[in-house]
Design a protein around this ligand. Structure first.
Ligand code: PMT
Length: 219
């Protein structure tokens, strides 16, 4: 038996990496497998939510009851998210969005030469911050992947992006594997969820999220 904690909620999520093309065969990406985001999408669907998963390129099956919108780049991810967010109760950013993209994408394959090469990068939009700044934002949940000083950086990121709930993890714990160790940060404090499988942690995150939604509705 699983309580339908998110019944009646539309949850829009991002997961996986983004791929920023340099030319038709090359690009910039990162090592996100999508496992954390897909586990959370599955947990939200099992909790009764309508789930839209805007996903960068990963090799994972679509979880049952989840609608996947497949994208490649951060700009495509942003467009897909902004199209889905109206009417959403919750937005969760699990994707490892590339902070920069090549300023120009070559139309044809760049030919090799013996010379050094410089790539000019331009910043990508911050999808989570944009959604959180909408006039009537959904309840926003961010993730923070840090390689050190998790508490300090995660708290700073929660404040900078103005999100009520942030899930912090160390890249060495979270990236790629089946397990993770996460800490939740919200207005009331810090909640270490310990080390467990991403499936189990996703359930614990949904429990915490559902409590916050109930508290918010009471106010
Ligand atoms: O996919 P796995 O292999 O399972 O790994 C899981 C994970 C480590 C990728 C995941 O748990 C995680 O931490 N995801 C967030 C990674 C990240 O990019 O964090 P960040 O600190 O750079 O970004 C902070 C938040 O802003 C995130 O919610 C991110 O989705 C969002 N963001 C960041 C940049 C940007 N341009 N747009 C965004 O929406």
């Amino acid at each position: 038996f699983q309580p339908k904690l998110l019944a009646g909620c539309k949850v829009v999520m991002t997961a996986g990496p983004t791929f920023e093309p340099i030319d038709p065969v090359r690009g910039i990406t990162n090592a996100s497998s999508g496992k954390m985001g897909y586990a959370l999408a599955r947990a939200c669907a099992r909790a009764g939510a309508e789930v839209v998963l805007v996903s960068g390129p990963v090799s994972l099956p679509v979880p049952p009851g989840v609608r996947r919108v497949a994208v490649q780049s951060a700009l495509q991810m942003r467009d897909a998210v902004l199209a889905e967010v109206p009417g959403a109760t919750v937005f969760i950013g699990v994707a490892a969005v590339a902070d920069y993209r090549p300023a120009q994408t070559a139309e044809h394959k760049i030919k090799k030469s013996g010379d050094t090469m410089q790539l000019v990068l331009t910043p990508n939009p911050d999808i989570l911050a944009e959604v959180a700044a909408l006039p009537q934002p959904p309840f926003c949940v961010g993730f923070a992947a840090e390689s050190r000083e998790l508490d300090a950086y995660a708290a700073a990121k929660r404040a900078a992006k103005r999100v009520p709930l942030l899930v912090g993890n160390l890249v060495q714990d979270g990236l790629g594997g089946d397990d993770n160790e996460v800490v939740l940060y919200d207005d009331n404090g810090r909640y270490p969820l310990g080390r467990a499988s991403k499936t189990e942690l996703a359930k614990r995150i949904v429990d915490h999220l559902a409590d916050l939604l109930v508290d918010g509705a009471k106010r």
